[in-house]
Design a protein around this ligand. Structure first.
Ligand code: G
Ligand code: G
Ligand code: MN
Ligand code: NA
Length: 253
């Protein structure tokens, strides 16, 4: 309750910031994208995780303003990196359900892209299966976003209620295999079977696929054996402050 009262003030006081987690092509360690993850630098409590304040922002409706801030900052930062000669990779941004159902979402995001100058193909929105419950509604929102050239990715894939019959209809380009399937993949044949099946399904549906939460070489090897070539996880890197990601980008100069 105390946090709730502070959220709006925190926005005004510019206390939110982004970390960026690399996404990598396993075969050659090529950096292929980054996911923006918001944090709150609380004046007395230190850094607060989004797991704590995003649910409060959602309950209080502050998620619209916070989400707009995140989108704008992520686009601004990626454009700045492109202009500085950094790799031409996209930035992924998580959307809350309320944002996804926000009126004029497409036009809103389009205006952020215009303002920051980031080309739409370099913005990827991460949505979840639970936002796809009404296929007619979600399809019209997703179609509008796709028409702007923005990429769409289904986050935490496998943990929600996706119906396979919707999946083939939705204009979503990528599946992000939830890290709960990766955690025990070295010991649990069921997890391995599920991951292999998602990878194969994505391929047959002409969708991109990435696995998240890879922490060990053993997990990585199983993913590569199962033809999952795109990886995000602590094995490569934790979410990094902008300055540390820049050091990665520009290391060879
Ligand atoms: O970074 P961390 O593992 O603490 O993130 C915890 C949760 O918060 C994750 O589910 C992540 O998707 C979510 N999250 C992080 N940043 C954002 C954001 O900008 N918007 C929304 N809606 N969720 C976010
Ligand atoms: O829900 P979402 O997939 O957006 O959550 C992303 C969060 O997962 C990030 O905020 C990050 O902190 C966390 N994360 C990323 N890689 C790993 C990992 O390898 N292991 C664990 N346990 N968490 C991770
Ligand atoms: Mn995500
Ligand atoms: Na996820």
């Amino acid at each position: 309750i105390e946090l709730e009262a502070h959220l709006r003030k925190a926005l005004a006081a510019n206390e939110f910031f982004l970390h960026y987690q690399p996404q990598v092509r396993a075969a050659n360690n090529e950096l292929i994208g980054v996911e923006a993850l918001v944090r709150w630098q609380h004046p007395s409590r230190g850094v607060i995780s989004p797991g704590v304040f995003i649910p409060i922002a959602e309950e209080t409706g502050i998620i619209y303003e916070l989400g707009t801030w995140v989108l704008r900052e992520a686009c601004r930062q990626m454009k700045e990196w492109h202009m500085a000669g950094g790799p031409r990779i996209p930035i992924s941004v998580n959307l809350s359900s309320q944002q996804f159902h926000q009126a004029n979402l497409g036009a809103h995001i389009h205006s952020i892209l215009e303002e920051t100058g980031l080309e739409p193909q370099y913005l990827e929105l991460e949505i979840t299966e639970s936002m796809m419950m009404d296929p007619a509604v979600s399809n019209s929102i997703l179609s509008e976003l796709s028409e702007y050239g923005i990429r769409l990715s289904l986050d935490d894939f496998g943990t929600g209620y996706s119906s396979l019959s919707y999946l083939k209809l939705l204009p979503v380009q990528k599946l992000k295999i939830d890290r709960s399937f990766i955690r025990d993949i070295t010991e649990n044949p069921n997890d391995k079977a599920i991951v292999a099946t998602i990878v194969s399904m994505a391929k047959h549906l002409n969708m991109d696929v990435i696995a998240e939460g890879i922490e060990t070489k053993e997990q990585l090897d199983i993913l590569m054996d199962n033809d999952c070539q795109k990886i995000q996880g602590y094995y490569y890197s934790k979410p990094l402050p902008a300055k540390e990601l820049e050091a990665l980008f520009f290391a060879s100069r």
